[in-house]
Design a protein. Structure first.
Length: 256
């Protein structure tokens, strides 16, 4: 049996690959693919993939590309960078600047933000879960082909479950990264509007819940481990800072 892994960006895909490659049996069963492979491209057989709370994924994707751009500038640019993405990241170094234009009533600012989102990898072509699953109708008609859904927020426990199901224990699990010191939280002004903007992404999650591939509590829990790490991180970084209250408010809303 072969199971194709669909690599959805910013859902611990690299940690998944390292964990699978370190386990001989999993490495024989699971086929790790690039971001480009979609479920319709897999003609037959099972697939598995990971998900993440859409809001968290959106923020992470933005700062992931900002961080990579900084690093590549320090080390020397490579051919994977496109001029339009660089221009967009330079124009919007902070996510709140991007959201300010995205939700602006000024048409020029609004179009500028939408153009930037389409230019930034993991926000543009790979920004939506629906890139990999075509439509709700397609997803529902192929739901039985999904072997397992891994929650990025519960990566360790879900990887252990996968290894147990495939009789591949014990498994050495690669650690996922927690936070970036340069990440700024989403301001409360934009929070509700960002949730609304990501409505179709939450609809994807809801379909998985309806078919019992994710628990009904998934979006409510937001995984206590991730919440604890994030709050501890920002508390240590912003202790005594006037922004601390707003940061705590943001994370309590995300994971409430």
């Amino acid at each position: 049996m072969k199971i194709n892994y669909l690599h959805i960006g910013k859902t611990a895909g690299t940690s998944f690959r390292v964990s699978v490659q370190s386990n001989k049996k999993l490495n024989e069963i699971i086929v790790y693919n690039s971001h480009k492979l979609r479920m319709p491209d897999v003609v037959k057989g099972k697939v598995l993939f990971a998900v993440r709370d859409p809001l968290s994924r959106f923020v992470s994707a933005f700062y992931h590309r900002q961080k990579k751009l900084r690093r590549h500038r320090e080390e020397g640019m490579d051919s994977t960078w496109y001029s339009n993405e660089i221009k967009s990241l330079d124009k919007y170094p902070d996510i709140n600047m991007l959201l300010s234009d995205l939700f602006s009533e000024n048409r020029k600012r609004n179009l500028s933000a939408k153009r930037a989102i389409s230019n930034i990898m993991h926000l543009g072509i790979y920004g939506s879960y629906w890139y990999w699953f075509k439509s709700g109708k397609y997803l529902k008609s192929n739901i039985d082909r999904i072997y397992q859904v891994i929650r990025q927020e519960n990566f360790n426990s879900d990887m252990i479950l996968l290894a147990e199901k495939l009789d591949a224990v014990p498994i050495e699990i690669a650690q996922t990264r927690v936070g970036d010191k340069k990440i700024n939280p989403v301001e409360s002004t934009y929070f509700e509007r960002l949730l609304s903007y990501l409505k179709k992404e939450y609809e994807f999650i809801e379909i998985l819940q309806e078919h019992q591939l994710l628990s009904k509590d998934y979006l409510k829990e937001r995984c206590q481990e991730s919440r604890r790490h994030s709050l501890d991180f920002y508390h240590s970084e912003l202790q005594g800072n006037s922004k601390l209250r707003r940061v705590k408010h943001f994370f309590s809303k995300v994971w409430q």
